[in-house]
Design a protein. Sequence first.
Length: 238
Amino acid sequence: MKPLIYAHRGASAYAPENTMAAFYEAEKRGADGIELDVQMTKDGVLVVLHDEDVARTSNGRGLAREMTLSQLRELDFGSWFGPAWAGEKIPTLWQVLEFLQGNRLRLNIELKTCSAWYDPELTRRTVAMVQQSGLKDRVIFSSFEHRCLLDAKEMDPSIPAGLLYVGNLIGPGRYARSLGMEYIHPCWDNLDEKGVADCRENGIEIHPWTINDAVSRDAMLRVGAEHLITNYPDILER
């Protein structure tokens, strides 16, 4: 069975990551869904951004959670990728959800947090916004902070979730099932035969990242991964 293709931070090989340009490009290139990262600003707005600090992907610097939306909107999130994307603004999660109203793309929302600064309000607001959008049936939550996925499940058990992790987790299927999750989201080369078998025995789907070349693609096709998370939405044709 052909896996679904999720564009990692949008079609981030072709446009600046986590921007509307990258999401439009993902749709254009035939992705089944997009994957993005959500953080909360100082004034409580959900924005799409991977790093804690804006320095790598903008012309500014500082922690997003210590900045207001207005301050973030003053920054250029496109020029670092190339002059054609100069002036690209940071999207809000609601802006992306509005974009999805006009197509059939699925959405993998990574709740970007960690134990050191986990704010349950990020999870609460994200769940509420997805509920408000009417797109619950097209959304997956994921996170490296598994506690926030437990919180999301408590708020709305009907929205599926996947455990992000790095390393050869022992019994990933049993662990995911024990937490009430539907998926694992491992780094692709952290899966071994025992881990795959354990997922199959426990009814857990495998959604690996980041599948950007023929080696990783073919390896994950062999194990029957249900989703491939990739910077190249055209990965199956490469």
